[in-house]
Design a protein around this ligand. Sequence first.
Ligand code: PLP
Length: 417
Amino acid sequence: MNSLQKTDPEVFEIIRDEEGRQEYRLEMIASENFTSPAVMEAQGSILTNKYAEGYPGRRYYGGCYNVDKIEEIAQKRAVELFGVEHANVQPHSGTQANMAVYFTVMEPGATYLGMDLAHGGHLSMGHPKNFSGRLYRVIPYSVRIEDHLIDYDMVRDLAKKHRPRMIIAGASAYPRIIDYSIFGQIAREVDAILMADIAHIAGLVVSGLHPSPAHDADFVTTTTHKTMRGPRGGIVMCKKKWASALDSCIFPGMQGGPLMHVIAAKAVALKEAATREFTEYQTNVVKNAKTLADELMNLGFKIVSGGTDNHLVLVDLTDKGVNGAQAQEILESAGITVNKNAIPFDPLPPGKASGIRIGTPALTTRKMGTKEMKLIASWISEALQNKSDEAVIRRISGGIRELCEAFPLYHDKKNEV
Ligand SMILES: *Cc1c(COP(=O)(O)O)cnc(C)c1O
């Protein structure tokens, strides 16, 4: 960081502050994680200098013989790890991975089915301000009121009624297993394309902790920075028959030059994800989420769907006298970072929301386990119950600082240099 400090002390200082925030506070946003120094080294490398429009062996620029090898390694690792027929590692983000699929299979005005945003769907599944809502006719499906599980009967009924070109299986705030075989059956019944968006759960999928959509889905999209713990970016995978249409949709259709430094970092993350340590890590992510859900329920919290099968817990605050936005703020003041989140059938608008979403991937990366989850659940409960008692909040944030010091993240290696 020496040259940055010299060239731009202002930005340098802010990055240092952010390092402190990540090191000494509890990061519990379900879509965040802490990537490895090896991933960051690749991402911060000189590969950022190279233009490589096109694909390995078919570039529009000279001098691509090294980056070709990198992209080929990333593709090969993605294909093997996810058990798919084809992978494109160029999408700059998860939303662009989804856009690539939509543009490959749909013309503007086409109809698709996606999870209702108010029930856990993602922005890129039909938000009215997003391209996904502006260009297409979106038919949302939701979860059942009685158990908060995806209403597969509703998906089938809507599919038969609207005959969509595509059905999307995937969500940002769904704590349960998604049944891709039912989605596959429904898609076949109405001759629709099935896309599985595993942005959140990809790490669980490659570790065998969540069923894989590779068999049932025509397309699988993911981010690489959530449970995958890689650099910020996306990957799209598909059956062979879609491969060339998909590739030309991404380049030249949607993007210019690929981010070769990020693709190198994706390759590194994919290698890490194939290790036994990574599977153990994901096992602990799920175990920690279950512990957190159980503890919060013991402390009197309502949990959407009554628990979790994956890396996240959705807390229903309707009987707690705080809304999601307030809870987010109270926890932030104590040193716990979460996000407000709509719960199914939420009476409040999304800006307030009646819930918070809590995830365990980041804290599990710094090796926190069952004991720490129990402690954190008790802090969450205490902070929310004593929101205006500054002494309580101060005591909790002191405890959090100590806990973080006992589970160092990057601090050991970096800051002392
Ligand atoms: C996070 C997420 C995305 C998009 O990720 P970005 O990289 O932020 O664009 C897409 N789909 C789902 C389900 C997600 O949770």
